[in-house]
Structure formats: C-alpha cells, structure tokens
Design a protein around this ligand. Structure first.
Ligand code: S3P
Length: 426
C-alpha cells in the first residue's frame, strides 16, 4: 500500500464494530438459550475465526448483510464435540477465551492458530485453569499451540492475576460458569470488562467490586439482542491522524467509550489534543458516543501503571503521535507489548526509527524524543494489523511517499481501513 503525505483530513466516519465485543457476542450467544441478534458485528478475520470455531462446535451462525450476525444459541451445555481442530487464525482472544470455555465441557477438543498464535504464551490461562481441574496439554509444557483439551468437571478458585489481562480474566470467567462453587478473581489493574458486562446482561451472576470479581456458576444464559459499538482501538488511528495533521477535523460516530478502553483519549488530551465527546448513550451495558478531534499541537507525556491496560493496543499509534509531539514521551510498565501479534516494542521502534524518529526501546516500553520530521520510507507490518495501521498514520505525516508492506494485515480488525482513510483526504 502506498501512502502519500496528507495536508488535511476532514469529515465524518463510522468505523467497524469493536473486536473484543464482537468475539464475546458470538461466544456468549452460542452458550445462551435462544437466538442472539448482533448488530454492528466486526467482520474482520479474527472475529470470523471465532464464528468458524463455534460452527465446528455445532452452533448455527448466520452472517447477514449490513454487519448483522444471528447466533442460534443452544445453552451452556449445547456445544458438540468438534470433528476437527478449532483453528483460531491470528486471534489471541479466540484462543484464550476458547480454552476457558472448552476446559469444562463434556468432550475433548484441540486448538491451533497461525504462526503468530503458535508463539503466544498460553500458560497464563492454562495455569489457573489447571488449578480449576482442567486437563490441557501442548507444546512447550502446555504453553504453546497446538493445544489439546480434555473436558473435565471444574471447581471454582480464588486467583490473583499476575498480569492485567482481559483475555485471562475472561477465560477464567467462562470456565467459572461451569465450575462447582464460586470463583474469585483479583486483578492487579483494571482490564477491559466487556465479559463481565455482557455476561451479566445475559443473566450471569458476576459481581464486581473494584479489582475483585466474583462469579457464581449458572445453569442458563438468555439470548438478548447485542449492539456492538465502534471499536475505539480502530478510532485511535483517526484520532491521532486528525490531531497531528494541520487543518484537520474528524468526527468518528458511535464509538465504544467504556472507561476500561479510553486511555487513548485521556493520554491524547494530556498531550494537548482537542478532543470532544458528544451524543453519549448506552447499548447493552456499554457506553457509546461520537468523538471529534481537531488539529492540535501535541507535547510529550509519560504513560505508565494502571493506564497501560486502558490503552495497550493503541500504543503503536500513540508512539506515532509522540513522534511529532514536542518533547519526550516515555512508555513504561508495558512489557505486555512483547507478547502481542508481534513484539510491539521491537516492531514499533524498528519501523519509526526507519522513518527518522528518535525512538529507543526499553525493557518495558519505549522513549521517544519527538519533533523531528518523519521521513517517507518502506514500512513492514510484520503481519501485525496494528503496526500496518499505525505506520500508515506515520506515512500521512511524512515528508514524502511511504510504502506499507504486508498491508493486508489490516483485515484482521479493520477491513476497509485504507478506503476510510482515503475518504477523509482534502
Ligand atoms: C483483549 C484483551 C487484550 C487486548 C486484545 C483484546 C480482549 O489482551 O490486547 O487485543 O478482547 O480481551 P490481553 O488480555 O492479553 O491484555
């Protein structure tokens, strides 16, 4: 993909549905009783992997026009033994949440994914699942895909999560629905809470008291319609582009603004970004609004601690904002970046360095001295959707044309990304 520098981006856009919520709508719909009508579903490759897995588990799922999906749920005990390996593609969320769901079934199954998934650590989910009684084996002592799950009766546990991970938390919550006795999870910092909100919307008994989450097993979930808000992680590329480029103003409609996800808004505002939120409303327990950004002069900032899980997926594009900001931006406590779709400390630093940015990786983040001009260059995506999209934003602010190699990776979470970007050029 060739990216030419842009003078201004202007207009109003909608963006695809939230990836985390789309996955959960299919998964939880499959184990609810009755038909779940999903509106605003993200038809990116990751969420299609989730649909494919549930079809193999005997669930009828209709993918309809206009981002609507209909899941014919069969209740908590309605899944069938799959004849084939469940293939999760590039999706960490699918792989980890499926582990939690499959651990307590009355049948065996196996999970595998692409080259990136085969490198991503699964012990963080499998360890606590084993304490609940799960039997899971795989490469590297059961840490890496392909993995084999022998469904077992489970029991509730009390577990302090060592990392703030919504994937680990959600996998354990899914397992807890099938366990005997309550499960108490204690998070080190608040991670996205879409599972808690959606499961309770469908009738689960999950009580949240700040960082403590207590789940009581349930005998049924009831299907209810689900509206998926736009993905704030996808909105982030346009927020940064609109703030960075001169003469720009972009409104992004219907974006999910769950407070566990809005770190990017808080940080860009702290950097001096003009960002307005309007038209606030709620859909199935999730807050949603329109976001408007205007060209702003940005300054560097420090991002650390409990802020990190609130913007972990947006760090690549925040690093682009930091590249043009005056002064230094420091990202720390973000070692989790190393185990994403790519090692995002290494990939962000390598790619922005090529473009002339003064950036250095650290053990748990990066340091960027902003303000140097960005040079047009040949960017590599490493087949990581968020690297492809972030480097395209860098390319818009560059002094000459850029190329994004393996740009097709954007289809993982944002089919049509480059077309939406193009529609805003003035
Ligand atoms: C996700 C949780 C986060 C995030 C990922 C989606 C989810 O991962 O980075 O893109 O849907 O639960 P971790 O749980 O590994 O932090």
């Amino acid at each position: 993909m060739i990216i030419r520098p842009a003078n201004a981006l202007k207009g109003e856009i909608t963006i695809p549905g939230d990836k985390s919520i789309s996955h959960r709508a299919v998964m939880f719909g499959a184990i609810a009783d009755g038909i779940t009508e999903i509106d605003g579903f993200l038809t990116g490759e990751d969420c299609l992997s989730t649909i494919d897995c549930f079809r193999k588990l005997g669930i009828q799922i209709e993918v309809l026009p206009n981002n609507k999906v209909r899941v014919h749920g069969k209740g908590p005990h309605g899944l069938q033994a799959p004849a084939d390996t469940l293939y999760t593609g590039n999706s960490g969320t699918t792989t980890r949440l499926m582990l939690g769901l499959l651990a307590g079934q009355s049948f065996g199954s196996s999970l595998d994914g692409d080259a990136s998934i085969r490198k991503r650590p699964m012990q963080r989910v499998i360890g606590p699942l084993q304490r609940m009684g799960a039997k899971i084996t795989g490469r590297d002592g059961g840490n890496l895909c392909p993995l084999t799950i022998q469904g077992q009766p489970l029991h509730g546990i009390e577990y302090k999560l060592p990392v703030a991970s919504a994937q680990v938390k959600s996998a354990l919550l899914l397992a807890s629905l099938y366990a005997e006795g309550d499960t108490l999870l204690i998070e080190p910092a608040k991670s996205r809470d879409h599972s808690e909100l959606m499961l309770n919307y469908l009738g689960a008994k999950i009580r949240v008291d700040n960082l403590n989450i207590r789940s009581t097993p349930i005998s049924e979930l009831s299907a209810r319609p689900i509206v998926v808000p736009g993905d704030i992680s996808s909105a982030a590329y346009f927020m940064v582009a609109g703030l960075m480029l001169p003469h720009s103003e972009i409104t992004i409609k219907n974006v999910g603004i769950n407070s566990t996800r809005t770190g990017v808004i808080d940080v860009l505002k702290a950097m001096g970004g003009q960002i307005e939120i309007a038209n606030y409303r709620r859909v199935n327990n999730e807050p949603m609004a329109d976001i408007t950004v205007k060209s702003s002069s940005l300054t560097g900032t420090t991002i650390e601690g409990s802020m990190i899980p609130r913007l972990i997926d947006e760090i690549p594009v925040i690093a682009v904002a930091a590249s043009v900001a005056a002064g230094t931006t420091i990202v720390k406590d973000a070692g989790e970046l190393k185990v994403k779709e790519s090692d995002r400390i290494q990939t962000v630093v390598t790619e922005l360095d090529k473009a002339g940015v003064d950036i250095r990786g650290t053990e748990d983040g990066m340091i960027i001295n902003g303000g140097r001009p960005i040079r047009g260059t040949h960017f590599e995506s490493y087949h990581d959707h968020r690297i492809a999209m972030a480097m395209a934003v860098a390319g818009l602010a560059a002094d000459s044309e850029s190329h994004i190699h393996n740009a097709g990776a954007v289809d993982i979470s944002f089919p049509g990304y480059f077309e939406t970007l193009k529609s805003l050029r003035r």
